[in-house]
Design a protein around this ligand. Sequence first.
Ligand SMILES: *[C@@H]1O[C@H](CO)[C@@H](O)[C@H](O)[C@H]1NC(C)=O
Ligand SMILES: *[C@@H]1O[C@H](CO)[C@@H](O)[C@H](O)[C@H]1NC(C)=O
Length: 225
Amino acid sequence: MKVFVVLSTLMVAASATYCYRNVNEICSKSHHSSDVPLKNCNATYGHFDKIHSELEQYANVQIEASFKYLLMSSYFGNFMSNRDGFKGFYRKLSDQAWDDAKDLINFITQRGGNMNFNDEAKFWSDDDEKVLQIKDNLSEFDSMSNVLDNYKKLADEALKIHAETAKHTEADGSVAHYLEERFFNRQAKTVHTLAGYVNDLKRFFSAPDASLAVFLFDEYLQTSM
Ligand SMILES: *[C@@H]1O[C@H](CO)[C@@H](O)[C@H](O)[C@H]1NC(C)=O
Ligand SMILES: *[C@@H]1O[C@H](CO)[C@@H](O)[C@H](O)[C@H]1NC(C)=O
């Protein structure tokens, strides 16, 4: 019985997660060695490890989205299309997605995680990939609907990650709070704006003089930014 108690105490000691203990181990050695790992001396706490990969994927997907919107922006800005309103609007979305990615990476590293740029988002279905992939001859109407779908998919995903944090009994409230602060308000607004634009464009495209209507809509986009 006594042996068992001693053994189990030892095991607890070995598996304890104190950084202080790691440091003590080093200091108790006769000469200090820098290659002893400080296993417990990282910035991870709470349940961040359980949500880390989702956030990483979310950062990667924002980078992808940023490039996608940038491509659209340059397509509508070229001399053939010459749609400065669309160009500027997509550029703004691209810059925002880029800033979001940077901010997410910053948040992840602050919480002691590292960022793996190869952690691909797993929430895109084959259909999503096929339908939402951009082609280089998109009309204004096509492109706006494509961006709406894309944007909504990402907004949905933020909500899912948020719900995921609540699933763990000791929920990681700081992740939930971060998502609320950084994404929810702006995503709701942008989705609303995009849906409005798609419906405006539908009306314009069915007008007798569609090209004039789209020209005017482009002017409107320029002034609304
Ligand atoms: C980080 O430190 C905790 C103790 O605070 C430990 O349980 C965990 O295994 C460490 N993580 C890594 C990746 O070493
Ligand atoms: C773009 O090109 C593809 C194939 O080249 C064609 O199937 C599609 O209808 C075109 N879309 C527009 C909007 O012109």
